[in-house]
Design a protein around this ligand. Structure first.
Ligand SMILES: [Zn+2]
Length: 305
């Protein structure tokens, strides 16, 4: 492969141990060409040093099929999410019906020991550009936090701030258009609801600046660095000064391939996130791998004893 600018100049080492803290395996909508079946991806993950895969659902339907896959595969857990895209893109009737089923499911005790957390949930002001859509996402996010905070499960956040192309043209001066508006709203809600930061993981951390990385980490939040940080200098920069003690790693597979467009990502590529961190934090890959591995175990309370 020809090296492009922005790609880390070292390759992942063999014999790294890793956990993928956030992916969507299996997934019903393929964003790109997929060369391997999910069974192959699963087998190769463990063959190459993987120890545990955490797959996240985004709505009621994906919860069913991800949970079924996890139930029949060892060393996997799932999280139960209601993504902001689900809020914005599902028609109202279906959204409200599915949401109440989903809420009943996640609030009631049940027998799935590998139900590890709630997420992805959050706000996405790229996909919601209008005020009413943005307010709807906020309303649902708040409701999920309020109704689940006593469950003591970790939260996995999807946080996407608006860019200059995402301005609400009906309300161009509204504060929701600010480059870091989503971070601010999320922090405010979590503070009001008294959610302990160490219980919250910011999935696919994307700043929007490195100062935000520092601010969030210093409050005790967990930041998840994605495999595509390997091929994306800007993504690496956001977590470049975050202490490694606050970091876990993920792929978001099938999205976010480490260095290629138009190709599906796979959980074993989480090693590229480790390599990216070794580069940005000037550490040995083995050392990074060991620390982020322990962070993931502690955060999700997996592989204990
Ligand atoms: Zn995701």
């Amino acid at each position: 492969m020809k090296k492009k600018r922005g790609i880390v100049p070292i390759e992942p080492e063999s014999f790294l141990q890793f956990i993928d803290c956030h992916c969507h395996i299996p997934w019903n909508q393929n964003p790109a060409r997929m060369d391997e079946t999910y069974e192959n991806q699963y087998d190769l993950f463990f063959k190459e040093g993987g120890k545990y895969i955490i797959s996240s659902s985004v709505d009621w339907e994906s919860l069913q099929f991800i949970r079924d896959f996890v139930e029949s595969h060892e060393h996997m857990g799932f999280t139960s999410g209601w993504a902001p895209q689900t809020v914005t893109f599902t028609n109202k009737k279906k959204h409200d019906e599915d949401f109440s089923q989903w809420m009943d499911y996640i609030k009631n005790p049940h027998n799935y020991s590998n139900y590890l957390g709630i997420g992805e949930i959050g706000l996405d002001f790229h996909h919601a550009k209008k005020l009413d859509k943005r307010n709807h996402q906020i309303e649902i996010f708040k409701k999920i936090i309020q109704e689940t905070k006593t469950l003591n499960k970790p939260y996995i956040l999807h946080v996407r701030n608006p860019t200059q192309n995402d301005v609400d043209t009906d309300n161009p001066n509204h504060e929701f258009n600010d480059f870091d508006s989503v971070n601010k709203i999320i922090l405010k809600i979590l503070e009001e609801e008294e959610i302990e930061p160490s219980r919250v993981m910011w999935h696919c951390f994307s700043g929007p600046t490195k100062e935000w990385g520092n601010k969030i980490a210093s409050q005790g939040f967990i930041i998840s660095v994605i495999s595509s940080a390997y091929g994306n200098k800007k993504m690496r920069n956001f977590s470049s000064e975050v202490p490694i003690s606050n970091i876990v790693t993920e792929t978001d597979a099938p999205y976010q391939h480490p260095y290629q467009y138009g190709v599906s990502n796979t959980p074993r590529n989480v090693k590229y996130a480790i390599t990216a961190l070794a580069f940005s934090h000037l550490m040995e890959q083995q050392e990074v791998a060991k620390i982020v591995f322990d962070n993931a175990k502690n955060f999700f309370k997996i592989m204990q004893g």
